[in-house]
Design a binder for this molecule. Structure first.
Ligand code: PMP
Length: 361
């Protein structure tokens, strides 16, 4: 049917059954005679989708009623601004660990709002690892600690989160949300643009402890205040209706896969297939991440020369493997293997890599 394996970092591949269901329901959603693209966000049909999407996400992550799941616009980038506007109050210091070009963007926004400090950075070694918990020492009066849970551009991921005690832990999980179970107790707020693992571009999912959201400054612009979303079920204004509908379908699909333990096993197996090729030919495929920080979602590596990297991208495209060019800030090659990337796609990639190595070593 002409579909290819899309290794792009986001927007990225979605599961075929999800796309097919959206296609089937496109012209007439549940006998309404309308598309989800046309339905009012105040209609019972959408309310059901909104409730269901939240319930699915909570079920997948094991969240109880103390958590709020909110849908917003503005991408993960808007969260870089909203987080300090809501939580970096006068007299406090926000702590950031810099492991990604996205952590750098996040701290820059926080510094426009108040005092935000870098407490860890792997920049000196080219953003090639995430810190161990004991490397993170929090400042006094800490408003929160912000981490980039999966570094999409660099291909790094946290496998152990610190215990921050009373200090709220806020994590950008844009590119690994719902790819594996997480230690929920540690977090106060988690956010992600949906366009990698759980939906299309245009919807941002923010999950937070309800208690953490209470008591925001009422002078905050209404759409910049998390309480607006939590108190109005994300429908204070018109939310990204079609995106939320696809998040609902995606989260249902993840439940159908057997939940996050099952999804994690598959993701570990897929990532291992690609990292095994890097480790088999380390002089040719040079992995970017240090081994203990290797992301299960984005595998990043370089080839001996830039010309060879360009050739790799061109030839892979001809084989139906798209989107393998690295992030513009990092270069090299990046294979994004999110939840929706099937095993066959990863197999096609590693076969191509072996073949390319034989021909060009
Ligand atoms: N954080 C991370 C980890 C990301 O990967 C991205 C997007 N690639 C962003 C933030 C920015 O997301 P958005 O484009 O949704 O604003």
């Amino acid at each position: 049917m002409g579909r290819i394996f899309n290794f792009g970092a986001g927007p990225s591949m979605m599961p075929l059954p999800v796309l097919e269901q959206a296609q089937r329901e496109l012209l007439d959603y549940k006998g309404s005679g309308m598309s989800m693209l046309e339905i009012s966000h105040r209609s019972p049909l959408f309310e059901e989708v909104n409730d269901q999407a939240q319930a699915h996400i909570k079920e997948l992550l094991g969240m109880d009623d103390s958590w709020a799941v909110m849908f917003m616009g503005g991408g993960a980038t808007l969260q870089f601004s909203m987080i300090p506007m809501n939580f970096l109050t006068p007299g406090k210091t926000a702590a950031y660990a810099i492991t990604s070009t996205f952590s750098e963007k996040a701290i820059k926004e926080a510094q426009k709002v108040g005092n935000a400090v870098e407490i860890y950075s792997s920049k000196a070694t080219g953003l090639d690892r995430v810190p161990r918990p004991e490397e993170l020492v929090l400042p006094d009066n800490c408003a929160y600690l912000h981490l980039t849970g999966n570094c999409t551009a660099e291909g790094l991921e946290y496998f152990e989160y610190p215990d921050t005690g009373d200090v709220p832990l806020i994590v950008d999980m844009s590119s690994d949300i719902l790819s594996r179970p997480i230690p929920l107790d540690k977090f106060s707020l988690i956010y992600n643009g949906a366009q990698k693992n759980i939906g299309p571009a245009g919807v941002t999912v923010v999950m937070a402890k309800k208690d953490f959201l209470k008591g925001r400054d009422p002078q905050l612009p209404i759409m910049m205040n998390y309480e607006t979303y939590a108190d109005h079920d994300s429908t204070y204004n018109t939310p990204p209706v079609f995106g939320i509908y696809l998040v609902d379908l995606m989260s249902q699909w993840l439940l159908d896969q057997g939940g996050l333990e099952k999804v994690e096993q598959r993701n570990i197996a897929k990532a291992k297939m690609v990292y095994d090729v890097l480790d088999a030919h380390p002089d040719f495929y040079k992995g970017h991440a240090q081994k203990d920080s290797r992301s299960l979602m984005n595998v990043t590596f370089n080839l001996p020369t830039k010309d060879m990297e360009a050739q790799f991208v061109e030839e892979s495209k001809a084989q139906g493997l798209a989107g393998l060019k690295g992030h513009r800030a990092v270069g090299g090659i990046r294979a994004s293997i999110y939840n929706a990337m099937p095993l066959e796609g990863v197999q096609a990639l590693v076969d191509f890599m072996e073949d390319f190595w034989k021909k060009n070593r």
